[in-house]
Design a protein. Structure first.
Length: 210
């Protein structure tokens, strides 16, 4: 991948993909309302029309693209519709926030270097499902969260930023989950802001913040 700076244009427009409760989505909404996100959330994409995240979007006045996976014979079919909607709205960055469907090259290739995900571990440790449980069972003393570019693999994209979370002796797994959630809510809006301000530079797997 060529060295390039990412982020330009005003206002910077993002679409959030989510499938569940939407706590990270709400954090992005709150950051936008406070004027510290640097970006406009123009669309929520959700594959579960009854998910609580949809109500969060509606309360905030954010448009939704809702669909059900079972209505399509191929993943590529609904992703083509999503891609057309993103193009129509001039989306600069896709922000995955608990989106529970695998992505195909239809979106991954179209938004290479412009799609990010947050994962509840210090990648490359504990990729995939139940990362917090994996770290807890392994007995590590330090874990955290990672924001990375999406490259089509399972949490394999280049790392943009990480935040450390220490596991104390008195912690329960529930306490650790709460710490991880707080770290996610702190880090994700900051990374979106870096993109919006054009501060991200990508050179292969090496990402720097100007």
């Amino acid at each position: 991948m060529m060295d390039r700076s990412v982020g330009s244009g005003s206002p910077y427009r993002i679409a959030v993909f989510a499938s569940g409760q939407g706590s990270n989505f709400q954090t992005l909404i709150d950051a936008s309302h406070k004027g510290i996100l640097g970006a406009e959330i123009v669309l929520l994409v959700c594959n579960k029309p009854e998910a609580p995240v949809v109500e969060r979007a509606r309360r905030a006045g954010i448009d939704c693209f809702l669909f059900e996976r079972k209505a399509y014979s191929r993943r590529e079919d609904y992703e083509a519709e999503i891609a057309a909607e993103l193009e129509r709205r001039g989306v600069d960055l896709i922000v995955l926030a608990g989106y529970m469907l695998l992505l195909t090259p239809v979106l991954v290739d179209a938004y290479q270097g412009r799609m990010i995900n947050i994962h509840p571990s210090l990648l490359p440790s504990f990729p995939g499902k139940d990362a917090i449980g994996q770290a807890w069972s392994y007995g590590v003393k330090v874990t955290g969260v990672t924001v990375h570019l999406v490259d089509g693999g399972m949490d394999t994209g280049p790392v943009i930023a990480q935040k450390i979370v220490e596991i104390e002796q008195a912690d329960t797994i529930e306490a650790l989950e709460e710490k991880i959630r707080a770290a996610e809510h702190d880090l994700y809006p900051q990374v979106v802001n870096w993109f919006a301000e054009g501060r991200i530079r990508i050179d292969g797997r090496k990402i720097t913040i100007s």
